[in-house]
Design a protein around this ligand. Sequence first.
Ligand code: ASP
Length: 582
Amino acid sequence: MLRTHTCGELRLADANKNVTLAGWVQRLRDKGSVLWIDMRDRYGITQLIFEEGKIAPVLLEAARNVGREYVIQIEGTVVERLSKNDKIPTGEVEVRVMKLEVLNASKLPPFTIEDDTDGGDELRMKYRYLDLRRNPVRQSLQLRHKMAQQTRTFLDDQHFIEVETPVLIKSTPEGARDFVVPSRVHHGEFYALPQSPQTFKQLLMVSGFDRYYQIVKCFRDEDLRADRQPEFTQIDCEMAFITQEDILNTFEGLIRHLFKNVKSIDLPTVQRMNYDDAMQQYGSDKPDTRFDMKFVEITPLTKGKNFPVFENAELVVGINAIGCAEYSRKQIDELTEFVKRPQVGAKGLVYIQYRADGSIKSSVDKFYSADELKVWIEKFSANPGDLIFLMAGEAATTRKQLSELRLFMGEKLGFRDKQKFAALWVVDFPLLEWSEDTKRYHAMHHPFTSPKPEDIKLLDTDPGKVRANAYDMVINGTEVGGGSIRIHDRATQQMMFNHLGFTQEEAKKQFGFLMEAFEFGAPPHGGIAFGFDRLCSLFGGAESIRDFIAFPKNNAGRDVMIDTPSAISDEQLKELGLIIKK
Ligand code: ASP
């Protein structure tokens, strides 16, 4: 080996040892007669000292000639430092160098390799291999590694078997577009990259594998959005002979295990909430339950007073911002601006200040008397000092808008501490979702999800009301995982495809293999998949998933380092049958 120790290893107890180290030049401080080099590898930083009079002048000269990010190897003796640095574990020692060899020179890096770099996003992505030398990025990937290890440990203990499923497959509907790969040997035919291994993991249940998992790449050609990656990783799982309750308990166990073993956190009990309550109380199917601020509906109390906005509204609903009654005009205006932004899309915001002295001031004083407002305030269980915000309009839209305001206020009031974790199961999702675009129902989760048996009768009469045995895990307002109990018989699966608008032939062509498998003894089964990148970023307390992926795509779906997507040669196109002649 080119080294006896790493750059993070030496301590006072190693004093007087002769050592060989190898690594990168982080920094050089030249005081004329003394010169120090900070030498870095993934384990840490060790200070090297070169002192005039104590070493050959050529060695001092050689040290002076190395630049940032040079790869060097040194031999020397560990000594106690005169001025110690208690910020790093090696801070009590330095190495008096006797021999220095440059293993490789380096061009000046385009940004500083420091925790706080001067490099912008695009530059860091173009030179991602340099960015990965920085502590915060490396630590994020180390966290990811640990998460993967602990996931495997837990699932292995629970007798899950890791099975790899193919990457060149045929379309699986998870609601996004497929990435496709043209076949060279079968012109005009294409593979699709998996949006998830959904059908394969179900087939593994038919095969009797009983408990499957895979930490697996999935591909979805969705519209670009900040922080969305066209390829991402899931912890994908499936179990046979289970009920929904078993799945919730098993995977609550996984999440708990990860918090315990990766972050030394005992996660409080994972609460459960049904979809309807989540929508009604938080306006979201992924509520951030680190804080309360639940919705209160007061629609009937607002009617008959000629305030047009409320008079015509299907829903009048609000939140209580505890202790915010003294907000200034300017602060309230800011919040009004916030809800009016196109991303939120509300028309306005009504407020009621319940001041500390018990007086009430509101933006609707003209329409409602103090006594009437008092009744509203009671509905909110508000106390003097509180500030109530109300929004009105079509129910679903208004809830969504108020949910944005709730999160914004939660942030402002410091309720969304990244080091605090609140996990939640959202259960009883609707089976189907109406699409205005296509004017028909789509599977909310995917077409293999089982309706609740007691709701099947509603499929023909009121499809929107049918609930599914489907669940999501939400942590801090982020959906980290989701799954369902599956259909496991041909007749029900066929019926589901009918309801989703597939003709018998289409269903057979796309999913005939699965329906046929259901006729060969398919056990009852269900599963879940966790978004692994997102879970890692959540554990890392970060906003973005990007630094938890070694080589991510940018927000335009490009890898700017290898420069892809990119054109391919006419030769290749011809071979693939994608151009006929040229
Ligand atoms: N395949 C689903 C997904 O990717 C997860 C599941 O149902 O297990 O969301």
